[in-house]
Design a protein around this ligand. Sequence first.
Ligand code: KG4
Ligand code: ZN
Length: 346
Amino acid sequence: MSDPIILGIESSCDDTSVAVIKGNKILSNIAANQEIHREYGGVVPELASRAHQQNIIPVIDKAVNKANIQQKDISAIGFTRGPGLLGSLLVGTSFAKSLSMSLHVPLIEVNHLQAHILAHFIEDANPKPPHFPFLCLTVSGGHTMIVLVKDYFDMQIIGKTIDDAAGEAFDKIGKIFGLDYPAGAIIDNLAKSGNKTAFTFNKPKLENYNYSFSGIKTSVLYFIQKEVKKNPDFIKENLDNLCASVQKTLVDILMNKLEKAASELNIKEVAIAGGVSANSGLREAMQKNTEKLGWNIYIPKFEYTTDNAAMIAMVAKLKYDLGEFADLSVSATARYDIEGEFKKDL
Ligand code: KG4
Ligand code: ZN
């Protein structure tokens, strides 16, 4: 039998994305980013769902055309069921349902967080996919956790943030520096020409494999307020060094717990996933551990790190192989944890 062709839809936050996968190979992966949120310094849920409604049909058309397929070639429709913004999720969910109905093909629901991790199995995500069990540091704007991945759909959170997510820390600290939202990639860029030991910030001391990022945000804020009082141009004159130092601190915090978990669980297969895994400092730190600690590392290709539909299509393919289809009564859910549990939104 030939490989199934599956169309995946991602609409959990502020990117409308559609991808087509054939087997484990991505044929197209199209995203429409919503610039509108930049001026508000964060995602405005109501504007996000409206933009998804405007974007979804053109993005589906583009993905189908780029994949060079016809709608009749599609074997199933996968969509992000959650977690995310409910209004945004509803747009993707209802489109997925109507497409599956009109094309008479199965519907497959996908957990967005599992998808960030399972993106590693896309054919060109890595030179080779990770072996089970592996550890995956999942770091995005909304989530930060260390996941023990025992099988495709058998995941266990062994540590997570007790307050802000790592991406949120990048974004909020960027805001203190006067940078645009989201600031993660901007800080990463500016850090390249800065000295990462120019400033030091206190790191949290937490038990187990848990994280905390709200303390560093506050200490950066107080530090900046103090310095700006003495020199109003302090940020401008030190921006590269500030970004490099903040990035080093955040990466050190992330790697510290990941290294502790890998050593205590005796696992050398270590992956990163989610928007913050695009960070060059984090990628460099992972790379160093191949020699220092003998890790086999898995860092997905850049386009599969931030929110994208390729990862949704990948999970849909894995579920297609298992015959795990959803029926039309399936509903979007804002809260849906990586272990597969979801909480009713109403
Ligand atoms: O996974 P993602 O696209 O969306 C969520 O599910 O949250 O992650 C978005 C987050 C944002 O906080 C953004 O600032 C951060 O990923 N990010 C980065 C980089 N690129 C994106 N953070 C640090 N360095 C980067 N290069
Ligand atoms: Zn995400």
